[in-house]
Write a protein that binds this ligand. Structure first.
Ligand code: BES
Ligand code: MN
Ligand code: MN
Length: 454
């Protein structure tokens, strides 16, 4: 198997580069045809790798690629989930090379989607090819690769509810997360949930001359900033009443366990070029980005932002705000609490509108399941180290839905690094991680099939 990967590695890399050349940005309707092209590419490659069948399943949005290989219906089935859509590439001027013209530099592939999630999805396609070519696929496999993860997976949710029979499996396998470091592999055991909203603050009925009216009429941008600032106190606790009510506190023992993961504050600050860290009092950096909920402004606009200056007191100000959630918070409840609170703190001088966007529930995955053990053994065999369990701060909203609708737990076996700059300019994915992933996945199948039998 290792020989096969080694012999074909140049082709494995070149095929991924071809996939990365397709700008499958799900958020932007101008790329609709390209998103479909990426789906078609994966469908064809699944067939070439030896899948029995692969199809595009239409949705109200972008299509879902579904494929399967059945070797024996009485054997267990692994359902592989991933996404072929990518985040918008802007700001374009910060890329060192164009986002959809992948280049290899310093053993890394640079392109939008290189790590999140095309590179990691494609490892599974090449792992399937490898297992079939070397006659080592030990159980059945299904693929469900969607094109709307980066915009909230609403249509996949509908697809899952309507296709429970088709999606029958023993476990879901996902590579869309990170490891701690290449010399310190880890398995992700939790993801945060998400509440995402947009707010609009309206002051006067039109933009005003800031000299004629400034000082007497509320400026919605100033008011919005004050309102946002009031959402956290001096300890960086979120002030929305009820926000922490359902938050699961970890025991001292669990926190001590977490603190064993290698982490250097100095390197962290250096890598991000920040003078200091900033966060909720009483928690470490690793805790702040995994087991604690957050509130962040993702975008804010209003007034004049063009060249030069314009003296204006704007009529409106807007912001996009996200809250990352932890067990046992609920996205809908938190969205409602935010909405109520935000409306309640608005002064009479302005009107406030809160528009909820997508959301998702947090997840924790078991570490005592057959599937987790199989993933752990796969890492141990391929990387020479037992992976450390680690909760991550990002969200994959569909994972909680898989559990609710299909009754299936997921194994979060990702191979990215925090330094891969996903969602940022100059996203990359290490060639080492890509090839090592292709090697690790078949070992998961091997151990999963063996442990399932036992
Ligand atoms: N793959 C990421 C999630 C992720 C990243 C998990 C790093 C763990 C470590 C995923 O594609 C993503 O970006 N999700 C969005 C969800 C949203 C668009 C609904 C997120 O977390 O912002
Ligand atoms: Mn992803
Ligand atoms: Mn993403």
């Amino acid at each position: 198997m290792q020989d096969y990967i080694h012999q074909h590695k140049d082709r494995f890399i070149n095929e991924l580069l071809d996939l990365l050349r397709i700008p499958s940005v799900s958020a932007d309707s101008k790329y609709k045809a390209e998103v479909r092209k990426a789906a078609e590419f994966i469908r064809e490659q699944l067939l070439k790798a030896g899948a029995d069948q692969a199809e595009l399943c239409e949705t109200a949005g972008h299509p879902i690629v579904y494929g399967e290989k059945t070797i024996n219906p009485s054997l267990p089935t692994v359902l592989v989930y991933g996404h072929y859509d990518v985040q918008p590439a802007d700001p374009l001027e910060l890329w060192h090379s164009p986002p959809f013209e992948p280049v290899i530099k310093d053993e890394k592939i640079y392109a939008r989607g290189a790590c999140d999630d095309k590179g990691q999805v494609y490892m599974h396609v090449k792992a399937l090819e490898t297992m079939l070519a070397t006659n080592t696929l030990p159980c059945n496999v299904k693929f469900m690769i969607e094109g709307e993860e980066e915009v909230g997976s609403d249509n996949l949710g509908i697809f899952v509810k309507n296709n429970k029979e088709k999606l029958k499996a023993e476990v879901i396998l996902i590579s869309d997360t990170n490891i701690i470091a290449n010399d310190c592999p880890s398995l992700t055991t939790g993801l945060r949930g998400l509440s995402y909203l947009e707010v609009e603050v309206t002051g006067p009925n039109r933009d005003l001359h800031s000299g004629m009216y400034g000082g007497a009429v509320a400026n919605p941008i100033n008011i919005l900033c004050e309102m946002i600032a009031s959402l956290k106190d001096a300890n960086n606790h979120i002030t929305i009443p009820g926000f922490y009510d359902d938050v699961q506190e970890l025991s001292e023992q669990e926190r001590a366990e977490m603190a064993k993961a290698p982490f250097s504050l100095e390197e962290y600050k250096k890598e991000l070029n920040i003078g200091d860290i900033h966060g909720e009092k009483g928690y470490t950096t690793l805790e702040r980005v995994s087991i604690r909920p957050t509130l962040d402004v993702n975008g804010i606009w209003g007034g004049y932002t063009g060249e030069g200056s314009k003296t204006v007191l704007p009529s409106k100000a807007n912001a996009k705000i996200s809250m990352r959630l932890v067990p046992n918070q609920h996205s809908h409840k938190i969205t409602e609490l935010f909405q109520k609170h935000f409306e309640s703190i608005a002064p009479k001088s302005v009107r406030v509108k809160v528009k909820p966007h997508h959301g998702g529930e947090p997840v924790v995955t078991p570490v005592d399941s057959v599937a987790y053990q199989a993933a752990s053994k796969a890492f141990e065999e391929a990387w020479g180290k037992v992976p450390i369990p680690k909760r991550e701060g990002g969200s994959i909203p569909i994972v909680a839905l898989f559990e609710k609708e299909l009754g299936l737990k997921s194994v979060l076996m990702g191979f990215g690094l925090d330094s891969d700059a996903i969602h940022s300019p100059n996203e990359s994915y290490g060639i080492f991680n890509y090839l090592k992933g292709i090697e690790t996945i078949p070992l998961f199948f091997k151990h999963f099939a063996a442990l399932s039998k036992a």
